[in-house]
Design a protein around this ligand. Sequence first.
Ligand code: AMP
Length: 303
Amino acid sequence: MSLLVIGSVAFDAIDTPFGSTGKIVGGAASYISLATSLLHDQVGLVAVVGEDFDFNFVETLNQRGVNTDGLQVKKGEKSFFWHGKYHLDMNSRDTITTELNVLGDFDPIIPDSQSAPHFVMLGNLSPQVQLKTIERISQKPKLVVMDTMNFWMDIALDELKEVIAKVDVLTINDEEARQLSGEYSLRKAARIIQAMGPQTLIIKKGEHGALLFGTDDQVFFCPALPLEEVFDPTGAGDTFAGGFVGYLASKGATDFESMKKAVVYGSALASFCVEKFGTERLESVTHDELNARLSQFEKMMTV
Ligand code: AMP
């Protein structure tokens, strides 16, 4: 079933205790599209970049079957730029710079052939654009999944809540769940956030896995694969979301049992993402490698 992805496609600069990158390709929708393309062949991307973007990356997405007809290129303008610096433990980071550039006045145009997707993934970008995207979809999708971050909670909370009220699944990290709900307990936070609209909430806890909250107090926990080395966590959350929605779209499923499996797929893909800087590792993952990692998850989760 068709899947529409929207989110930032960007340049990032990343500092970790292992080293720093120059400007490399990043952005929420870049990671999401790469992850979904390993699981599904009906993925369309809606995003915006400047003339300065690395178009080899767009070619990579096309080769993997991602339809980029909805990617706008703004002449004479600069792509979104984000610079992040990780702390020694790699679990937390500071945003050094966010330059919205082309994202500042992004008007998402959904190609006619993609205007009635069955699944929608609203990746991280301004809530106003996420809202416009929902409004421009011509038929109610089976499932709308949304990801966001504290940046938007800080500067556009009202608009953010307006979007949250319209989606089926929200994915955020533990710190953001606490900020959004004002509750420290994640169980209580989940109840408060679900009351804002989404039936399903996923709270990502980095190296400590992910919690899936459904209706009727259903809860599922998936650990993260303990890796010997985490090289660069950037994009792990987006990759997780891409794996989650990509799996569901490939099955055409929205039930809680399928969502549990989707969380495992998301976690398996995220475990690759962190092994190298930026999108590099995700670009080289094979289906055999993914299947081997899914088996590792199965062993780790079976008693
Ligand atoms: P994650 O590590 O999963 O939180 O995602 C990191 C990606 O999010 C980076 O590649 C950034 O380009 C992108 N990003 C950072 N800040 C924003 C923002 N305010 N809006 C949209 N995308 C962002």
